[in-house]
Design a protein. Structure first.
Lengths: 158, 158
DNA sequence: CTGTAGAAGTTGAATTTCGAACCAATGGAT
DNA sequence: ATCCATTGGTTCGAAATTCAACTTCTACAG
């Protein structure tokens, strides 16, 4: 599986596994995005709502939120501005650290979350979870976990 | 695992598997994108180069290319324009169907491909393939395949 | 033939994302 | 106390993406 210049090319199995992972991840976000559209939300919006909903006080520091959702600060900042305009969240400043800001779920944001969540879960089931046997589910989880760890470690590195 | 309103919420295992898949797919594209940056290419660029390289005559119809790379026609059109400006591909029209266009790899595009491919493969290995045991690789492939099929079937549906 | 629905691609404007530069506040060193 | 390197966040301009409108051509029904 190695050639003159020393490159370890992918075997057929490796190729296939890699391709399928790539395709699924793209097709899946495409589909979930689509299922969310009728509610006027994007996956990004939704994920932020989830994170805030699960946090106490329905609030999170901007940087924590950025880290949790794997977005750049810049991108999150824009994102929150849009959601603020849509009335889903508001910014509140943080008195313990005067540089800091909280993104806080509004009543409207909370309501939206409660309304949309069941549909989104249904969507995730239909297009992913329910297509996996319990064993497959476990296999996927166990296989992917070390990769996630590895990638998170790389994340900040130069 | 079901609640009053009939929603089948995700179990903890399901949650975890789902989250990890999502995270891996994001972290991975982020990382691969990064590894490609020194060569002045994006994953999109690269994927188009691959597709063209593997096609006979180093050419593909725009719509086939769009389908193969899961992009919209519009997006592909812009993408090819950029790559054309970068000298990696050129458009050629198709005499069998006068609406049609081929995207064709230029000599430069081909050279770039040959130069970059080993690094990209190395990157895919380092951040994905080599972190999976052969069994895990097979499990991932087998688990994800039906999902990909399902999603491709949904794809065009209204 | 002719008309017309649909396919192939492009275009342009609006939106989103990225990256770098920026400002303000913090927490240690000295 | 005073630097000053870092952290938290925003902003700006450039690049990428989306969405709808548009043109040209094909295919095929009548």
């Amino acid at each position: 599986m190695e050639t003159e210049n020393g490159t370890r090319w992918l075997s057929d199995e490796e190729q296939r596994a890699w391709r399928i992972h790539l395709d699924v991840s793209r097709l899946l976000t495409y589909q979930l995005e689509r299922d969310l559209q009728p509610f006027g939300l994007t996956m990004n919006d939704y994920e932020i709502l989830v994170n805030l909903s699960e946090s106490e006080g329905h609030r999170m520091r901007m940087s924590d939120l950025a880290a949790a959702t794997l977005q750049s600060k810049s991108r999150l900042s824009h994102q929150i501005t849009r959601m603020e305009n849509a009335g889903l969240v508001r910014r509140e400043n943080c008195e313990s650290d005067r540089r800091g800001l909280y993104a806080v779920l509004t009543e409207d944001g909370w309501e939206t979350m409660r309304k949309v969540a069941p549909h989104h879960v249904e969507s995730v089931r239909k297009h992913f979870i329910d297509l996996l046997s319990p064993e497959a589910l476990e296999a996927v989880h166990d296989s992917l976990t070390p990769i996630a760890d590895h990638l998170r470690a790389q994340r900040g590195r130069v």
